[in-house]
Write a protein that binds this ligand. Sequence first.
Ligand code: ADP
Length: 473
Amino acid sequence: MERKKQSLRSKLSISYISIALICVLLISIITNVLLEKHFKDYVISNQERKNKDTVFLVSQMYNTENKDDEKWNIKAIENICVRALEQGMIIKVTDLEGKVVWDATQHDNEACQKIIKHIADNMNKRYYSWQGGYEEKNYSLYKGLSKVGTIEIGYYGPYFFKDNDLEFINTINSVLISVGVFSLILSLIIGAFMAKRLSNPISRVISTAEMISKGYFGDRTKEQSNTREISQLTETINNLAETLEKQELLRRRLTADVAHELRTPLATLQSHMEAMIDGIWKPDSTRLKSCHDEIIRINRLVGDLEKLARYESENIILNKTKFNLTDLARSITNNFESEFKNKNIDIRFFGKDEAGNDLFVSADKDKISQVIVNLLSNALKYTPEGGSTEVSVKEAENAVEIRVRDTGYGIPPEDLPYIFERFYRADKSRNRITGGAGIGLTITKSIVEAHQGKIEVISKLGEGSEFIVILPK
Ligand code: ADP
């Protein structure tokens, strides 16, 4: 089943929002956990300190000098205890005999109950599984070194939050919620903005690619982007269009060329035959010979086509051996020598490495000879009398180079990119005389590339050409 496709925009927005949500949630959880832990510790130690302060204060309210029933300053104790009650502490003071000096519950039981209930409600409301309860702690009251009574402090334990403590925690939480909402909105805006910046150029490249796929190979995308991938995409699409345009051009040229190649000999044959049938010409041997020549021409063209099909249809199977390239190139050059001499072209050969040794290469010997033969026969065909040709074999970085240089006609710059294509011939009129069908270099290039090598050409019109074959060792 095909998966539902999401747009870049929604994908980006979703990821931005998720990141913002996760961050805010994490921060909120961590803040709450840390805050409550520290707050709890603080509240517990604060409670202990308050208990001790109260014990001290109350013990100060005992005066040994006074008469028995006036030893406790009840008024002051009441002040202290009422204030403590407001802070959630319920105090009961008894003297040594156990007689109650002051008791918050006796003083105002209703207020005590209300305060404890309020605290319990606060805590239960906030913490669902709250396990707290009312606790009482007893301390002895000392005046100097002697014990004068006992104080019982009751409060809601193990700790509790007062109203303003809770307010503080709530404020922090609402700040966090606002930050969350704000970052959600921000991430939506940034996500949409980023997605637009990314998807707009991609959409434009897509529409160009669509045009190209419909056959408008001349279309190019002018998209300029500072996003590396997008500019690579643009470049690739443009290169693709260029390759397709070139291929299309070649295909058309190829058909036209084949038709043209066939038309001339066929037209000659037809007119000769018709003249003979009509009795205008006698079918003598000269006339028949000229017809035969045209048939040979057609045959050669068909043969070339077949050869090319063989080289191009399958991956060339290489029969690699290590052989002496210097020897091979020298002997091919020697074989060509007489033909060059006949045309009055000087031919030279160099083929040693820096130490003066012969160069060896691991390759298909027959196919490499075909390469050298093709390059040399081109040099012969396209160099006028009195010129010179030089064949050299040299060592290169992890490779060997075969160079064939001539002082021939050269190749026009506009033809240079095409000379390795099938049936491409730079100078059509001259080539009809020389008889090339324009596939020698195509075959040469396929052989070199099958060896993982490279073939390059440097040429200047009217000055000459140099073909460089680089073969990995
Ligand atoms: P052809 O059978 O026409 O020689 P090739 O594929 O060998 O076919 O070469 C293609 C074209 O490249 C030639 O038609 C010619 O125009 C040009 N060319 C090849 N080699 C040379 C050269 N050494 N000097 C000038 N032009 C060349």
